[in-house]
Design a protein around this ligand. Sequence first.
Ligand code: NAP
Length: 333
Amino acid sequence: MKAVWYEEVGAARSVLKCGERQIPVPGVGEVLVRLHASGVNPSDVKARAGTRGGKSELPYPFVVPHSDGAGVVVEVGGGCRRVTPGNRVWICNGQWRRQYGTAAEYIAIDENYCFHLPDSVSFATGAALGIPALTACHATTGYGDLAGRAVLISGGAGNVGRLAIQFARRAGAFVIASGRGAADKEHIASAGANAFVDFTSTSFVGDVLAATHGRHIDHAVEVEFGANAEHLSELLSERATVVTYGSARVLRPDLPFYKFLFKGIRLQFLLVYLLTQSERFEAANRVIALLENGQLDVPIHSELGLVDCTVAHELIEDSGRKGAVVLRMAEAA
Ligand SMILES: NC(=O)c1ccc[n+]([C@@H]2O[C@H](COP(=O)([O-])OP(=O)(O)OC[C@H]3O[C@@H](n4cnc5c(N)ncnc54)[C@H](OP(=O)(O)O)[C@@H]3O)[C@@H](O)[C@H]2O)c1
């Protein structure tokens, strides 16, 4: 099969290789999926660069990158119950603690990491779901009822953020989303946010409170915790929840501890790979229900070929993208 891999961490242009690899054999509880598309996420790019979780040593002789993908099940291993050959599926956790991710024509993967892809949904969209949609869905619906609550989505033009806006609105929240400049404002408005606030504004806290008519935030979904912790400490209501899933720009955040403490803030770190099976199924089922009703907008920024994996990684490293970056497998297009 055609696949992309790296044997050492480093810049995409230096380490990514494209060539032939053996088609994997599904083990017990695994299915073999003929991939039609592979989604590229910041986590994949950081792993390849050697900056994910500070780990720069590869645990395998080579790694086929990417966690997310979509395709058709072609074979099932022993003991599989949920998935059968011919099923269209979207995939998560492809390369989480595993050697073989989705940047290949086939993947053998635990059937519990495969979810129904409705016929009406393209493989490219399916490959854009795993990390962003499960993170967005769990961050908004996984910690209590949001109906009537004031919810701040940080980085609402990002892949996770824009989906989080949609889940929070569906849950009945009043949603304020932050972004950078006019292009983000439009992208965020089209996802259904009630209000937009520019995170580069020097009056960010006042801008948020103006948008909520003075009401404080009950639930925050935070993409850049270190950069925004101080603002959050001002904006949160007592006993509010902060679900944070990233802090790429400030790796060792200063936490205004007593401001958080005296509001009794619930601070929740979310790592999507570590959702329990029931949390993962619950989020995936919500995603599928919205997809089936045409109610989830998942923008695609670029669709490229497998051989363009380097370009795809560099696009993810750039600022200002609007939507997912997906690789299509040529023969399956
Ligand atoms: N823990 C987990 O399970 C998990 C899951 C998914 C993603 N992540 C991490 O979360 C981050 C975002 O992922 P993504 O796929 O959504 O990436 P993305 O599409 O690049 O979105 C990130 C967004 O955050 C914005 N941003 C930058 N600085 C900000 C700030 N100070 N305040 C608010 N927003 C800011 C960016 O704007 P500009 O482009 O204009 O800078 C961009 O719109 C990555 O670091 C990723 O590794 C973690």
